[in-house]
Write a protein that binds this ligand. Structure first.
Ligand SMILES: O=P(O)(O)OC[C@H]1O[C@H](O[C@H]2O[C@H](CO)[C@@H](O)[C@H](O)[C@H]2O)[C@H](O)[C@@H](O)[C@@H]1O
Length: 259
């Protein structure tokens, strides 16, 4: 299949972006690099997006990053990418909180206890509703309802909202057919700020499809940065593309226009 066309105004913004001295090219994983699937373990990456992201990292003065809600180890396993300190390809997990150096603040015993209690509660909710499941991560846990009936999905999410989501010390992130509860505060926006500062990037490009990506779009600088929302939904991003194939096209365009 031929690569999808990008709108002229997006191509113009990408041309300006590619002309900057030092740039950060960052993308979300699920719904961007990998099409959404019924289960997290089925979400394999689009090989064209992966290849293009790798090519971006090989360009001079170009840092490439994947910033995901997944646990960083899971992100590495699913994407097949690795990143090491000083590499020009960086993986950030746990909605922007988990770098190759781990979490900035180790999870305390109290937070671990809280997380265990949330996981237990999610487990008992999931046992009540067919098609729901629980994903555990180092600092959070996700209740998945994608494979439940609409009525069961609504009921399971309501129990989560009235139960552990309302507990003290719990941070709630809503996503595509999921609710995620964390025991630390996370922000993809702060992760982008950190990568921008460390690399000394003059401009940042970010692709995202979900609610959690809005924190990243909110940290972009008007005029120099490029925010691209993938798919439908309210967004603060300047640009929108319809599919994950367009993500591959955007990344390939950048790789092809950077020296
Ligand atoms: O920040 P992301 O890389 O987009 O990660 C967000 C969440 O993605 C995963 O869940 C989503 O993708 C699944 C696979 O396509 C899908 O089944 C699920 O309904 C989606 O919400 C992942 O499982 C979560 O841990 C991430 O937080």
């Amino acid at each position: 299949m031929s690569a999808p066309e990008l709108d002229a105004d997006l191509r113009h913004a990408l041309d300006e972006f590619c002309g900057r001295d030092r740039v950060l090219v960052a993308s979300d994983y699920d719904g961007c690099i990998a099409p959404i699937q019924p289960r997290p373990d089925l979400a394999v990456p689009n090989p064209e997006s992966l290849a293009a992201l790798r090519e971006c990292a090989e360009r001079s003065h170009t840092l490439a990053a994947m910033v995901s809600g997944r646990a960083r180890d899971d992100l590495a396993a699913m994407s097949g990418l690795t990143s090491a300190p000083a590499s020009d390809l960086v993986l950030v997990g746990s909605h922007g909180a988990e770098f190759d150096t781990g979490f900035d603040q180790p999870i305390t015993a109290e937070q671990q206890d809280l997380l265990n209690r949330i996981i237990d509660e999610f487990g008992s909710i999931a046992r009540r509703f067919d098609g729901t499941s629980v994903e555990t991560k180092p600092a959070s846990t996700t209740l998945h309802v994608r494979n439940a009936s609409p009525a069961d999905a609504t009921a399971a999410l309501a129990l989560a909202a009235d139960g552990p989501a309302a507990w003290s010390g719990v941070h709630v992130t809503e996503g595509k057919a999921v609710v995620e509860l964390a025991v630390i505060e996370t922000s993809k926006g702060l992760a982008l700020d950190r990568l921008r500062d460390q690399f000394g990037a003059d401009a940042v490009l970010y692709l995202g499809d979900d609610v959690t990506d809005e924190k990243a779009f909110a940290h972009l600088h008007r005029g120099t940065d490029v925010g691209i929302k993938v798919g439908t939904g309210v967004t603060g991003a300047q640009f929108r593309v319809p599919t994950t194939d367009h993500v591959a096209a955007v990344l390939a365009y950048v790789a092809g226009h950077r020296n």
